[in-house]
Design a protein around this ligand. Structure first.
Ligand code: SF4
Length: 103
């Protein structure tokens, strides 16, 4: 299954009007890791995503949405691991488990 950022889906709920102002529209590849992504590539990808987020006018709404819905991927300047540490763990946090297993 290919992850698709909700902000790129044409069926996104209409009550989330803040998504219309998202800086990340059309940038799905920055917000979800490709298969077998190396740690250095992940850091570079997330740094680019974070720069978009830090300049985004709807960062707070996005962060609340991603935390509340336990979303996968990178949202509002936060990775899945960041949300996990903030108490908003996704149901199957692949990245968090893989890094925890590495010690
Ligand atoms: S804060 Fe980041 S992920 Fe959220 S809408 Fe803005 S650019 Fe997209």
């Amino acid at each position: 299954m290919v992850a698709v950022h909700l902000l790129d889906t044409p069926t996104a709920p209409l009550d989330n009007e803040w998504m219309e102002s998202a800086n990340c529209k059309g940038r799905t590849t920055l917000f979800f890791p490709p298969k077998a992504e190396r740690p250095q590539a992940r850091a570079r990808r997330e740094a680019k995503a974070r720069r978009l987020c830090m300049a985004c006018s709807v960062l707070e709404e996005c962060r609340s949405y991603a935390r509340t819905n336990h979303e996968y991927g990178f949202w509002a300047g936060e990775s899945e691991e960041d949300r996990h540490l903030a108490g908003f763990t996704v149901s199957a946090p692949i990245g968090v488990r893989a890094r925890a297993a590495q010690g």
